[in-house]
Ligand binder design. Structure first.
Ligand code: GRF
Length: 193
């Protein structure tokens, strides 16, 4: 295993669009001694994203990017390269990254999704899971490729669905697992290096 302590930590960027509780959790994780990552910059496509306050609170730079503008994406690529970013964690990021962007960071972009992929890609997962009377659900961390919620799975956590569960309770129970799974997955990636 590569020793990744202190200055050797992997420069990481987290991309968000909204609430940002996974970002909050990743910031907490990044501060731990055994964490392989350092979060250098947070990117959001939404200037009103609640999660931006976790970046501000922790003195982490952030940038708002309009992903429909090529010039802004090129500028973002420059910023990420300038900061020597070697890992991008998507956390509730609702934009689809272009093929070119993914190519520039091949094998270095990961995402968390609240279902047992390949089942229930896309939005409203908990609602669809309940509609289909599934017995289990969970969350997945995977490498990002050009397709939505696709790419090699790094880790998954399965949980049982209770009769009394609704969208809200399921969301909360899955989120709790997400906060454990994302750090675990990051550790797994760098242990395998
Ligand atoms: C999480 O459920 C994540 O799996 C999904 O979007 C949600 C983001 O939540 N991709 P938050 O913004 O991290 O609170």
């Amino acid at each position: 295993m590569v020793k990744l302590i202190g200055v050797n930590k992997i420069n990481t960027s987290v991309f968000i669009s909204g609430r940002g509780t996974n970002l909050k959790n990743l910031i907490k994780f990044s501060k731990k001694k055994n964490s392989p990552i350092k979060i250098n910059i947070v990117i959001s496509n939404n200037k009103k994203a609640y999660g931006l306050r976790y970046a501000k609170k922790n003195g982490i730079k952030f940038k708002i990017i309009d992903f429909s503008k090529k010039r802004e994406i090129n500028n973002l690529l420059n910023v990420l390269n300038f900061n020597n970013i070697r890992l991008i964690c998507l956390a509730g990021f609702l934009k689809i990254l272009s093929k070119e962007f993914i190519k520039s960071f091949k094998g270095k972009i990961i995402n968390i999704h609240p279902s047992l992929l390949p089942k229930y890609k896309g939005l409203n997962t908990h609602y669809r899971v309940l509609e289909n009377n599934e017995k289990f659900t969970g969350c997945s961390v995977h490498f990002v490729n050009e397709k939505l919620d696709d790419g090699k799975i790094i880790l998954q956590k399965k949980i049982k669905i209770f009769k009394k569960d609704n969208v809200k309770s399921l969301k909360m129970r899955v989120l709790k697992e997400e906060y454990k799974l994302y750090p675990k997955s990051i550790i797994k990636i760098f242990n395998n290096y």
